[in-house]
Write a protein that binds this ligand. Structure first.
Ligand code: NAD
Length: 257
């Protein structure tokens, strides 16, 4: 098991107990890490506070990733409290509902902007702020969450697929930039899991069913499996891995038909 005692991390993207980011936070806390957990806005504050109370001595802070001033405050606070940072878990994504129901060709300029800003640019914004804190520790690990909709068409995933493609390209460019400070940047491409974000995608039950039927392992995956892989990417066993998109999808990505 990965040992993260004495390590500090920040986890962005917890909405409730079904959030993939929460499974990763739990695994990291169980491995001994001290965590900063963020909530997007007051609507989610109570949920995150309740979950955070299950971890040891957490920092719970607001952060809407589309606001630079909130990101600045988050990393200033982490710097003050932790004196450095070892890992970042980025699990924030958003697309306006209309963009996930109308045909892709109807994607609005504003819907495109918001989706790419929250779901892809935010990784760059976080990585830039994490870099000096991680460099001071001699390195670090940044992990984000993506979906196969970046590589193939999933009906209704639409502009989120474009955002995930941008996110995955950003993983590679960030890995190149930050590698000189021994900071690794990787993504987990997770199979479909029923979460709050997933309920926004029309036809999600059908995606789950097809995935279960066709994946080599003949099943869906769960958030704990994603968290186990995240522990590998955060911990020392993956010290030679960066710029990688690692599929945790019961092998679905490998199947043609
Ligand atoms: P979730 O709804 O639990 O998490 C999404 C999170 O994004 C929420 O916590 C929400 O508060 C946060 N968020 C949205 N806009 C934000 C903003 N402006 N600022 C800060 N936070 C913001 O759902 P999830 O499925 O756990 O999603 C986590 C990540 O996993 C997402 O990137 C999602 O695309 C990805 N993912 C999900 C699946 C799936 O099937 N559920 C599969 C592959 C990848």
């Amino acid at each position: 098991m990965t040992d993260l005692s004495g390590r500090h991390g920040v986890v962005v993207g917890i909405a409730n107990k079904r959030s993939i980011a929460w499974s990763i936070a739990q695994a990291a806390a169980n491995a001994g890490a001290r965590l900063a957990l963020t909530y997007q806005d007051v609507r989610l504050e109570e949920n995150v506070q309740e979950l955070a109370a299950l971890t040891r001595n957490p920092l719970v802070l607001p952060c809407d990733v589309s606001h630079d001033d909130q990101l600045d405050r988050l990393f200033e606070r982490i710097d003050r409290e932790f004196g450095g940072l070892d890992f970042v878990v980025h699990g924030a994504a958003f697309a306006p509902k209309a963009e996930l129901t109308a045909p892709f060709a109807q994607t609005s300029r504003e819907g495109f902007r918001i989706t790419l800003d929250v779901s892809a640019y935010s990784l760059i914004a976080m990585a830039r702020r994490a870099q000096p804190l991680m460099a001071r520790q001699g390195g670090g690990s940044i992990v984000t969450l993506t979906f196969l909709g970046s590589e193939r068409v999933f009906p209704n995933y639409n502009v989120m697929g474009v955002a995930k493609a941008a996110l995955e390209a950003s993983v590679r460019y960030l890995a190149y930039d930050l590698g000189r400070d021994n900071i690794r940047v990787n993504a987990i491409s997770a199979g479909p899991i029923r979460t709050l974000a997933a309920t926004g995608i029309s036809g999600f039950s059908e995606i789950l069913k097809i995935h279960r039927d066709r994946a080599p392992l003949r099943r869906n995956i769960d958030a704990v499996e994603v968290a186990d892989t995240a522990m590998f990417l955060i911990g020392p066993d993956s010290r030679g891995v960066t710029g990688e998109i690692l599929h945790v999808d019961a092998g679905f990505h490998a199947v043609g038909i």
